[in-house]
Design a protein around this ligand. Structure first.
Ligand SMILES: [Zn+2]
Length: 440
């Protein structure tokens, strides 16, 4: 007798990411109760399983859902608001004033929903987010069915979400309690950056992180000025200061890291901390290029993130993988740097490992949650086809994503969002743009 299961997918190719570099043809992925039950030849799947639904996906490849390991989702509402400016000018004269004028619960709800719609459409099934009103963002993610790492922000100065670091931490811990053991939500500390958070707050976060087994996610060594200011003010490089304050450790995710000397890399390696690389944001703001080759030689884990839509301006992991491979090559002056499969791994399993959720997601392995996407490789610019990974990173764009599932729930069906009303969302976002531009 055949075993009853929920779903069998029969794509032309399956690229499970683990084991590395493998591409299976004429194979099926069997899903039951939100989990991957089997990956096996189609003929054998037919003999062993009876599915409620079978989906054939000719010319399509099935891969794990992409993981966007760093961003500020609600900033989609500021996409294109201020471009082509130097980082400090951009932040101090444009982004921070706009945020202090406009950020509210409603802004975060509408902006996060817009971001999630864009991410689902472009193949992301899990994102790490650091922004104000994270409890509102988490509710939107749960409603949309996407997996989210909430990295709640901590600053010293007041914003719409809190008065000081004590209040941010207090609210963040309450949020962590509310979502404890939630299937889709995981909560981490996000002290914003060394220049916006004081020593005593970093020390407190280091202690709490240890106590609660919670991750720490922070912007670090983003631009040269940050390093120079730290040397002037504290007499050490930012990462050395983080070491002294107890922030470095295996749960620590350092975002950007474009300004690195050998001793910085040695510190990352000694504490087994990881790096989140945002090549498009770093390029657009001319911050620098994260030296992924050197980090990989020191066995430092690297994931990929888009950063916010105000500095990218897309939340599109396909263009991020492409940028990661291209910038790695020009930075090392070696075209062998960061090949297509390595970029794909950074956007999937490495992101999951860095966030500590790799038993759930990041690869198409039996027992993991069914977080996956299908991509149409029949488009003219994806043909002819010799190598699936190469096509995905160097030739595809995110409009070729056809279907997306998280824990077996379908979020994108034949190119249509199934958990978000796109027309309503677009109208709301335009209303915000009119208000922000002073046209309302
Ligand atoms: Zn950021």
């Amino acid at each position: 007798m055949r075993e009853q299961v929920d779903l069998i997918l029969e794509p032309q190719w399956i690229l499970p990411i683990v084991p590395a570099e493998q591409v299976y043809e004429d194979c099926a992925l069997v899903i039951h109760q939100g989990q991957i039950q089997a990956l096996l030849p189609i003929a054998e799947a037919k003999r062993r399983y009876e599915a409620n639904e079978t989906l054939k996906l000719p010319n399509q490849v099935l891969i794990p859902g992409l993981i966007n390991a760093h961003g500020h989702a609600a900033m989609t509402l500021l996409r294109g608001y201020a471009d082509d400016l130097e980082l400090n000018d951009w932040l101090e004269n444009h982004i921070w004033p706009a945020e202090s004028r406009w950020v509210s619960k409603d802004f975060v709800r509408d902006g996060t929903r817009h971001a999630i719609a864009e991410m689902i459409r472009s193949g992301t099934t899990c994102f790490s987010d650091s922004y104000f009103f994270p409890e509102v963002a988490a509710e939107v993610a749960v409603g949309a069915g996407i997996r989210m790492r909430v990295a709640f922000p901590v600053f010293e100065f007041p914003t719409a979400w809190g008065r000081n670091s004590d209040e941010y931490i207090h609210k963040g811990l309450a949020l962590r309690d509310n979502f404890k053991s939630h299937e889709l939500i995981d909560v981490a500390f996000a002290p914003h950056a060394p220049y916006t958070v004081e020593d005593k707050t970093f020390e407190r976060i280091a202690m709490l992180s240890e106590e609660l087994d919670a991750h720490i996610h922070l912007h670090l060594h983003e631009v040269a000025q940050e390093v120079q200011d730290s040397l002037k003010l504290h007499g050490v490089r930012p990462i050395e200061r983080m070491e002294k304050l107890g922030i470095l450790g295996p749960r620590t995710e350092t975002v950007h890291m474009t300004q690195l000397i050998d001793t910085d890399i040695e510190l990352l390696g000694r504490y087994n901390s990881s790096v989140i690389h945002c090549p498009k944001s770093n390029t657009k703001l001319a911050s620098g290029i994260c030296p992924v080759d050197k980090l990989r030689e020191s066995n430092i884990r690297i994931a990929l993130g888009t950063d916010g839509a105000a500095s990218n301006n897309r939340l599109d992991m396909f263009s991020e993988m492409n940028a990661a491979s291209l910038t790695a090559k020009i930075n090392s002056q070696d075209p062998r740097s960061l090949n297509a499969f390595e970029s794909l791994a950074m956007a999937t399993i490495e992101g999951a490992r860095i966030m500590g959720i790799d038993t759930k997601t990041g690869s198409l392995e039996v027992g993991k949650q069914a977080d996956m996407i299908s991509v149409d490789l029949g488009q003219i610019h994806s043909q002819p086809l010799f190598n699936v990974a190469s096509q995905l990173v160097y030739a595809c764009d995110s409009s070729q994503v056809t279907n997306s599932w998280v824990s077996g729930h379908q979020l994108l069906k034949n190119g249509e969002l199934s958990t978000i009303n796109e027309q309503e969302l677009l109208a709301k976002s335009q209303e915000w743009a009119n208000r922000i531009a002073g046209k309302a």
